[in-house]
Design a protein around this ligand. Structure first.
Ligand code: SAM
Ligand code: SF4
Length: 322
């Protein structure tokens, strides 16, 4: 098992397969994707080597992310590779949902077990304002299709000052009947969004207090479940999650490691740098790759220092997948 010096265990890999995106979310890529880095993304063989090295070291869950993972034409094959790797029990993707309606059946057939779709607003105009894309209707149809397919669906919504306060009621109404977990994510500061962060960051704590006052109860989760806090209510089919990276002890329950789309290991979303693994991945020597992963994990820090304004090498989350 991959375990660091603080006793945290890492059974969860977030695998980025591209940093390209077709949306221009105002908190992430406000000017759209800029093609200023290598686009030599991991190929299927390399992905196979990585997933089996992690699985051999006790990883049981892989989340495929990006950029926008559905921009890769071989996404369905990537899902199948992960799902067929012995030891991998859960394969999830995080997507902006633009291909959901068309592809969800193929993804499920390939072995997808869970899906996160980013929907920052249920108001079509606000959605377009935030993402630069007028696609809310088709994304919601895709969500319906995924729910019908019986797959576990989470909706990610970033908390943004100008939108979120009046959006909460609308989101709550929606999950009365929708069997999804709606996760509010506090806006995180990255290298590129400092001014936007200062103007738009909204704490999740008042929302938590509001939920508790309205009869929502916090679900006690296993430490291995990760840093989201979850809530349920007897009148609602859906659940609510809160991800508050600025809260005390957020990093104590860290259970994940990240691989970038060009094969670098990131010990934290806000690490100072990615650690080069590609030459070893390409060598195909499983044992050497596993030894290196264990060795590099020794450098994982206790916390991200985000509360001190330190964002590491992360210019935006499309670089690594959030
Ligand atoms: N393109 C896909 C999507 O949007 O779902 C996957 C990649 S995106 C970087 C992953 C998640 O990170 C999304 O839910 C997005 O809303 C979130 N995200 C991006 N930038 C963020 C930021 N600065 N703070 C908090 N969440 C952010
Ligand atoms: Fe693209 Fe996702 Fe970033 Fe939005 S949050 S710009 S969809 S990578």
């Amino acid at each position: 098992m991959l375990e660091d010096k603080l006793g945290r265990r890492f059974h969860y890999l977030r695998l980025s397969i591209t940093d390209v995106c077709n949306f221009s979310c105002n908190y992430c890529l406000p000017d759209g994707y800029q093609c200023d880095s290598s686009r030599d993304f991991l190929n299927l063989d390399e992905i196979r080597h990585i997933t089996s090295a992690f699985a051999q070291l006790g990883t049981s869950k892989i989340r495929i992310t990006g950029g926008e993972p559905a921009l890769r034409k071989d996404l369905t094959e990537i899902i199948a590779i992960c799902a067929q790797t012995p030891g991998i029990e859960q394969v999830a993707i995080t997507t902006n949902g633009f291909r959901l309606e068309r592809d969800i059946d193929a993804w499920c057939k390939a072995g997808l077990t869970a899906l996160n779709v980013s929907i920052d607003s249920l108001d079509p105009r606000q959605f377009a304002d935030i993402t630069g894309q007028n696609k809310l209707t088709t994304i919601l149809q895709g969500v319906e299709k995924a729910v019908k397919a019986g797959i576990k669906v989470k909706i990610n919504a970033v908390l943004l000052k100008p939108y979120s306060t009046n959006q909460l009621a609308r989101f709550l109404e929606w999950i009365k009947q929708q069997p999804v977990t709606l996760r509010f994510i506090e806006l995180m500061q990255t290298g590129d969004n400092q001014d936007f962060f200062r103007a738009n960051h909204l704490s999740g704590e008042p929302i938590k207090q509001q939920l508790l006052q309205q009869g929502w109860s916090q679900i006690i989760r296993d430490k291995a479940a990760g840093p989201a806090q979850e809530f349920m209510h007897p009148d609602y089919v859906g659940r609510i999650g809160l991800i508050m990276p600025y809260s005390k002890d957020f990093c104590a329950s860290c259970n994940r490691l990240r691989i970038s789309s060009t094969g670098k290991l990131h010990l934290c979303l806000f690490a100072e740098q990615g650690l080069e693994l590609r030459p070893l991945i390409q060598l195909g020597d499983q044992q050497a790759l596993q030894n290196e992963l264990v060795n590099l994990l020794g450098n994982k820090q206790a916390t991200h220092w985000l509360q001190d304004g330190y964002t590491g090498a992360t210019k935006n989350l499309a670089m690594l997948g959030g």
